[in-house]
Ligand binder design. Structure first.
Ligand code: SF4
Length: 306
């Protein structure tokens, strides 16, 4: 497995020093309170410490309690995912200020799903950046650790008669990572696992049913969306409607399913995909009026009648 992106020399040494500390048990894992305090006085030290905790297996890497994830309770599914840093949030620590969202636009970066709501809190940001640093520190260790967590979660779910769904890019857009993790975990788990994701990559690549991927539409890429529409793929569209307004039933001639209610949109998409029909995963424009205006100006959100 080769590295896709790298830490700067200073960040590599910062994380390595913390990994050595943890390995020799000279220091333990900081509590949330200690970490919050350290983040306020010395953000880099807090980030390096948490990245080292992920690398050494002292903390779980996957996240399980997102708002939409909680909504999955009662569906017979449990879901979990991986929250990395969107775009260049971790850029100061990465060679070439590497982006984790190569297809992102200004219109999606500011109202980004990854930094909205709870994601705007200090501890969430610290954890996102630390996970990203852990991935850049050693991709092989990181991917194996995440796959191991997923296999364990699938066994736990399976023993309770539940199914596991996993979203690798909760706040990033690394399709190669989703693919690598899915391949490893699926090979190792005796229970079925569904991997699903969103991407802004508009190339009509097909990863097969082992990985459901919906491509995000914006008016900037209308031509690309038009090329995708006949291909029988899921496409996500953000509609400029309030939470009290219903989603449209069709968009550009394709049926719209509800991607807002919970995160398991692939369940409703399956009958359409089985029939090779394109399906629109309908989302609502959320966030403050300021963020909504940026999304509108960036042509991210569409009117239902489009
Ligand atoms: S591509 Fe997705 S995760 Fe990345 S900045 Fe845009 S909305 Fe956020």
């Amino acid at each position: 497995m080769s590295q896709h992106f790298y830490l700067t020399p200073a960040a590599q040494e910062g994380v390595a020093a913390q990994v050595r500390e943890l390995a020799t048990f000279r220091s333990g894992v900081l509590s949330q309170k200690e970490l919050t305090g350290l983040y306020k006085s010395n953000p880099e030290a807090a980030i390096f410490h948490k990245a080292a905790c992920y690398i050494t297996g002292r903390l779980p890497i996957s996240t399980r309690a997102g708002h939409k994830q909680v909504k999955c309770r009662g569906t017979g599914w449990v879901n979990a995912g991986l929250t990395l840093s969107p775009h260049k949030e971790a850029g100061n620590f990465l060679v070439g200020r590497h982006t984790l969202c190569q297809w992102s636009t200004k219109g999606c970066r500011i109202p980004c799903v990854g930094t909205a709501g709870r994601g705007s809190m200090d501890l969430s940001k610290l954890s996102r950046i630390a996970r990203t640093l852990a991935l850049a520190y050693n991709e092989e260790i990181f991917v194996n650790a995440v796959a191991t967590e997923i296999v364990a979660a699938s066994k736990l779910a399976g023993k309770s008669g539940l199914l596991l769904a996993y979203r690798t890019n909760l706040a990033s857009d690394l399709t190669w990572l989703a693919h690598d993790i899915a391949q490893l975990a699926k090979t190792a788990s005796p229970y079925p696992i569904t991997f699903y994701d969103y991407t802004k990559n508009q190339d009509p690549f097909l990863l097969g049913r082992s990985l459901y991927v919906t491509r995000a539409h914006s008016h900037h890429n209308m031509k690309k969306t038009e090329r995708l529409l006949p291909l029988g793929l899921p496409i996500s569209v953000v509609f400029d409607i309030t939470k009290h307004q219903p989603l449209p039933t069709t968009w550009m001639g394709s049926p719209v399913i509800d991607g807002v209610h919970h995160d398991l949109w692939f369940l409703d998409a399956e009958p359409y995909l089985d029939a090779d029909k394109t399906v629109i995963v309908g989302l609502r424009l959320i966030g403050s009026e300021h963020k909504k205006n940026i999304a509108r100006a960036g042509l991210l959100a569409v009117q239902p009648a489009c």
